[in-house]
Every structure is written in C-alpha cells, then in structure tokens.
Design a protein around this ligand. Structure first.
Ligand code: MSP
Length: 668
C-alpha cells in the first residue's frame, strides 16, 4: 500500500481565488485523483494563509478587524474549489487553533535544538512577498520586482533562526535526493543559492501583532512564513492515521516558482532542526501569464476561474462539465513547471478540437453506430483482426506512457497521451469502416469493431478521470458502466478495463462537448476577457502573428475580401533562421536573426519561447512579413519583421515552405 500526500500552498486571503491559484489547486487535485485510481491511500491539503502584516493592513484599510476579514475571505477560497471539481481532504486556516498550537510546538522544538537567537534586524521589507530583500533583489527605487511596489525599511528586535548552520546539510540533501526539488533547472537555482552561503533568518516580529505569539515571549509574533510552512505538518498531528501521512507517505509540495526558496531551503531546515521527517518532493511550477504578464491582483489582470467554469458549464450542460473544460485547458496547455500564457481564444479552439472533435465525437459516433447496428446494446465479440490487435497494442503502450507521465508529475504529457488513445480509436473507426461491413451484412465484423471501440471508450472513461471528473462519470453513464468507485488497494489503471456482457444496454445522451461555433465563441470571449486584461494583453503582445485569438482578440470568421493589389502590399519572404536565443526576463520571447536575402540578417523578436527551444529553430525556413514597421520591445530590442505561425502560444506551428525556395524568395 502506498500513501500519498499532496499539498498546495496556502493562499493569502488579501486576494480572491484567481486562475493562478486555481491552477496549483487543480493540478494537486488531478494528481490526487490519479493516485486514488491507483488504489493508493491519498490525502490532499489546501487552505489559507491568514496572518502577517499584509493581511493586518488590508483588514484595517477595509475598516475590519483582521479576524473577521480573514474569515470572510477564506470562505471564498473554501467555496471556490469544489466548484472546480476539487475535492481536497482538508482545508487549513492558519488562524485555527489546531494549527497555532502545533506551530508553537514546532517553534519550541527548533528553540530546543539551539537554533533560535535574539537579535535585531534592519532591511528592505516587501510586504507583498512578506520577505526581506537584499539590494540586488530590487529594482531602482528599492522596488520589488514581483509586486512593482517600493519596499519598506524596517528595523526591530527579532529571533534569528540559525539557517547558516544548515548549508552543508541542505546541500547534502539536494545531492543525495535529486528528486527533492523539481524541475531540474529550479533545483540548480536553489543549489547555487545555498552554495553561495546562507544568512540567518529573521523569524519573529515586534512591529505588529497579527500573528501567532512566540512561545515564552509574546511581544513577538512568528514570522508569517514560519507559521505558514508549518501547516503541512501541523494539521496531521494528534491522530495516528493522519500522522502516517507525514511519517510514512510520499509527501509532495506543489508550489509556484516564486515561493520555492521558502519550501526548498527554509522549510527543510526548520524540519531538520525540529528533528522531523522531510518531504519527498517540492515541485515548482511556472506562472500563468496573461498577454505575457504574470496574472495577479496587483497587476489587475487576473482571470476568474469560476466565471470560466460557469460559461463552459452552460455550453456543456453542467457546471461540473464547465469546470472540466477549464481543468483540461490548464492541465493540458501548460507544461507543468513552465510558464504558460492563458488565452481564451486558444481555449475555445482546444475545446472544439480535443474535447469536441476527438473525445466527445468518439463517444457519440460509437454509440450512434451501436444504436444503428446492434440495437443500442453491447455487441457480441466477433473475431478480432489485425486492425483490432493493432489498436489494442497501441492503447496498451499509450496507457503505460500515461501512467508514467502522471508519476513524473507531467499532467500535460499524461493528457497528451490519453488523447492520443482517442485519436487512435478515431482513426481505427475510419479504417475499419463498420458502416461498409454493415452494408455487406457482415454482422460478426461489425460486432468486433464496435466491441473494440467500447473497450477503448471504457478505458478512456477511467483515464480521463483525473482531469475531467464530471465528464468521466457522464461518459460511463452513457456507456452503461458503473461509476468508478476507488478503494485502497484496487488499481483501476493497471489493466485494460473489461467490456460489458453482450446484450447489455448502452445509454447514449447529449454530446459531452458540443461544438462552439464562431458566434458562440465571440459571445464567450466578450464575457470572459476582463477589460483591464484585454488592455494589458494588447500592450504586451509579442510579434508573432497567430491564427489564434490572443487575449483581447475574438475568433472571427474569414476576413473580408481583398483585391490582389491590396494583398500585394504585404511583403512575405522566405527567411532562414541563423541564430536564436532567449530574451532575458521575457519568458515568451525569442530573439532570432533571420536571413531574408539581404546583406545582413534581420533581428526578429518573436513570441515562440513557450513552444520551441532556441536550438530547434536554427536552420529552419520561416515566412517573414518583411515590410512591417519595426517594433520596439525596449532595452534596445527592435523587431524588424514578424513570423507567421498558428496555434496556441505553447503549441505553435510555424508556417514554412517546401522545396528549395531560398532566403528572400517572395511569396505571392
Ligand atoms: N501564502 C503564501 C504561500 C504559503 S505556503 C506555506 C503565498 N500565497 S499567494 O497567495 O501569494 O500565492 C500562492 C501560490 O499561488 C504561489 O505558489 C504562487 O506561485 C501561486 N500563484 C499566484 N499567482 C500565480 C500565477 N499567475 N500563476 C501561477 N501561480 C501563481 O505565496
């Protein structure tokens, strides 16, 4: 038996749930559901971080007592997650006594090992981050690069945690357990930070009182991060069943890249000091951006996940279905670990393609064929041919890849492979052509084909469960299958799901994911694109033309007709990419030098970085809009043209030419 414990960060309640915070919570839930299907004993914890200067101030600004303020705001998080089909086992609030009592125990354990020392501090404090910053962390004017606001100079008495003592032990931990921090790039950053030397950490405050009083010295409250990190462990204490999720479980913390240091350096050091077991993995994911900017309250570009679930709920017939659509988009479109740009237009395209045309259509057409050819009942098992055997082998191989991807915390890949199963089945129907066999009166053949399809669909109904819990249940209902009931020790994913007995009824229903037409898409976009965000996206959009609506744009029907003369104004050239490199601090952009047949290659800045490694582009032929006015990207970067591409920003396909058209050849 395996025990699996997954946590999300606990969210500051100065904000309401937005797509960025929904993202981690949905990933954690999907991973939890995967482990449940494997028959593991699982637990997921989420919650809210309710102490600290930031929240004390926010409450006062609203004319409220901090306790009343945090209670109200925390309620919004607790109410939001179930509406995204998230079923956490527990929701912690750091103002709860069950937490504060144990956080004080942790403090005492750290004190007992001699790692706390009274001293004084002074420094630049970012209230948004709840963290002291060094000069080199800051932008001119002592501005925090994350919150874009000036830091405050703070001084006072504090307890220091002797973090400097833990440098060696932390480095040994990272070396002995390479999977402790993932992805690898992030691990390297932490290793180099710790190798550079660790300063002792100020872990208490006297300049405000909204926190957990320090045991034995109530003039001090605990530093909000000491208090917050303790939550993962605190809420498991006091019950042997729960404690086992710390002492005898695989413990995985999912966190955003901005808070990795707290989890991968401070947290294990606190635990080592207190003599407690360490987690197994801290996985740092990237940011969801909007038009290239981190989505956040302070940047006023946050997208409301509940509004998306509601809107797609109307399309799919249930709020759960709407949540599933959002979950699919976040899990599939963003490579877990990297930044991902959210784009409502791309979401609709993906919805139509992956959910509607691929999975939904496979179910509808199979059940439609059964209705017509086998009286709406499960067919008997005709003799399988090479076609059925090939399909089964392909599915078997893909299923193994799906499981491997979930195990490696790669939901995007797990879903890619799951949907490859649906594609394989769709191709199989076309090849096997049951309609032709039916016409020939070949009943045994028809039955073999439809049975093979029902087998794949039964399997898919389980495999899609972590991402699409509501639609997984609906699929099973239509297939006449009993709901998936997970139990410890029963692995639903280890083997091919059995097909039901001949003659049992199928129950086709409405389409799982009805197609959204152009009009419907425009209505959805008008509803879902926040106005402030639309402006932000328009201001920062990168110089790549895509067929996808980015941010503020709408999905449109074919554009109005042009005369040839009008078209000829656009100078399209074949370009050859000579060099490509990343643009520092711009996650989406690549800087390319592209030969378009002129004496010097052109510099083109393109929003390709979410889809390509720079080296993948070198030597590629591309199509360049060569007479576009140069565009200034700041910091001395000017783009002298634009590349043509299509698809969502994390999955772009470049337009190119066949044959031997050389650099500079004009397209007309
Ligand atoms: N309260 C602390 C965490 C304490 S954990 C012991 C905190 N809270 S937060 O609400 O500011 O952020 C919580 C998490 O949300 C972080 O992991 C952060 O990376 C994540 N995100 C906030 N905005 C985000 C995006 N736009 N995209 C992805 N994740 C983002 O930090």
């Amino acid at each position: 038996m395996t025990r699996f414990y997954v946590t999300t960060p606990i969210y500051y309640v100065n904000d309401v749930p937005h797509l960025g915070t929904a993202y981690t919570t949905i990933v954690a839930d999907a991973v939890r559901r995967y482990h449940l299907l494997r028959g593991h004993e699982t637990r997921m914890l989420t919650g809210t971080d309710e102490h600290g200067l930031k929240l004390e101030r926010e409450a006062r600004e609203k004319g409220m007592e901090p306790l009343a303020f945090v209670r109200e705001m925390s309620g919004r998080f607790e109410a939001a997650w179930p509406r995204l089909e998230v079923e956490a086992d527990d929701f912690v609030r750091t103002t709860q006594e069950r937490h504060t009592v144990r956080a004080r125990e942790l403090w005492k354990a750290v004190e007992k090992s001699g790692d706390l020392e009274l001293g004084t501090y002074e420094g630049h404090y970012c209230v948004g981050c709840e963290e002291f910053k060094t000069d080199k962390d800051l932008l001119p004017g002592n501005v925090c690069p994350l919150h874009k606001r000036p830091t405050e100079w703070q001084t006072g008495e504090t307890y220091y945690f002797k973090l400097s003592r833990y440098q060696g032990r932390l480095l040994a931990l990272y070396a002995q357990r390479p999977g402790f921090i993932e992805p690898e790039g992030r691990r390297n950053e932490v290793v180099s930070f710790v190798s550079g030397g660790l300063k002792d950490l100020s872990v208490s405050r006297t300049n405000f009182s909204w926190g957990i009083p320090v045991p034995g010295n109530p003039r001090h409250v605990m530093y909000v991060w000491f208090d917050a990190l303790a939550n993962y462990w605190s809420v498991l204490q006091g019950s042997a069943t729960l404690e086992a999720f710390w002492t005898d479980a695989t413990v995985v913390h999912l966190v955003g890249k901005d808070i990795l240091r707290f989890h991968a350096v401070y947290w294990p050091a606190f635990l080592m000091s207190a003599g407690l077991r360490l987690p197994d993995k801290v996985f740092a994911h990237g940011f969801l951006t909007y038009g290239g900017q981190k989505m956040s309250k302070s940047l006023r570009n946050a997208v409301d996940p509940l509004a998306i679930a509601r809107a797609f709920g109307r399309v799919t017939g249930s709020e759960g279905g709407g949540a599933d659509v959002l979950r699919y988009q976040l899990l599939r479109a963003v490579a877990f670990g990297q930044d991902g740009d959210f784009d409502q237009g791309a979401m609709i395209e993906r919805y139509n393609a992956d959910l509607g045309k691929n999975l939904g259509n496979l179910l509808a057409r199979t059940l439609g064929l059964c209705a017509k050819m086998t009286g709406g009942k499960v067919p008997g098992s005709g003799e399988p041919t090479a076609l059925e055997r090939d399909l089964a082998t392909a599915v078997e191989g893909l299923r193994a890849e799906v499981l491997e991807a979930w195990d490696r915390l790669e939901p995007h890949r797990a879903l890619e492979k799951t949907w490859a199963i649906a594609s394989a089945a769709n191709q199989y129907v076309d090849r096997a052509a049951p309609w032709a066999e039916d016409k020939k009166g070949n009943k045994a053949r028809v039955e073999a084909i439809l049975r093979a399809l029902l087998a794949v669909l039964g399997e898919l109904s389980v495999l899609v469960g972590p991402a699409l819990p509501a639609k997984s249940a609906e699929m099973r209902e239509q297939l006449g299958l009993a709901p998936v009931r997970t139990s410890v020790g029963t692995d639903w994913l280890a083997r091919q799901a059995p097909v039901r007995a001949e003659g049992e009824p199928l129950a086709p229903g409405s389409p799982l994911f009805p197609t959204i037409d152009v009009e419907g898409a425009n209505a959805l976009l008008a509803e879902l694109v926040p106005k402030e965000a639309a402006a932000a996206a328009a201001a920062t959009g990168a110089a790549t033309a895509t067929a996808t609506a980015t941010g503020a744009a709408t999905v449109t029907a074919m554009a109005t007709a042009l005369t040839y003369e009008q078209f000829a104004i656009v100078d399209l050239r074949v370009g050859l990419v000579r060099t490509a490199e990343r643009v520092p601090k711009k996650d989406k952009l690549l800087k390319l030098s592209v030969d378009v047949g002129e004496p010097e290659p052109r510099t083109i800045i393109a929003g390709l970085a979410l889809s390509f490694q720079p080296e993948q582009l070198v030597g590629r032929k591309v199509i360049v809009v060569a007479n576009l006015a140069p565009r200034d990207f700041g910091k001395g970067l000017t783009s002298q043209g634009m590349l043509l591409a299509t698809g969502p920003s994390e999955n772009l396909v470049l337009a190119t030419v066949d044959g031997d058209a050389g650099p500079g050849a004009r397209l007309k």
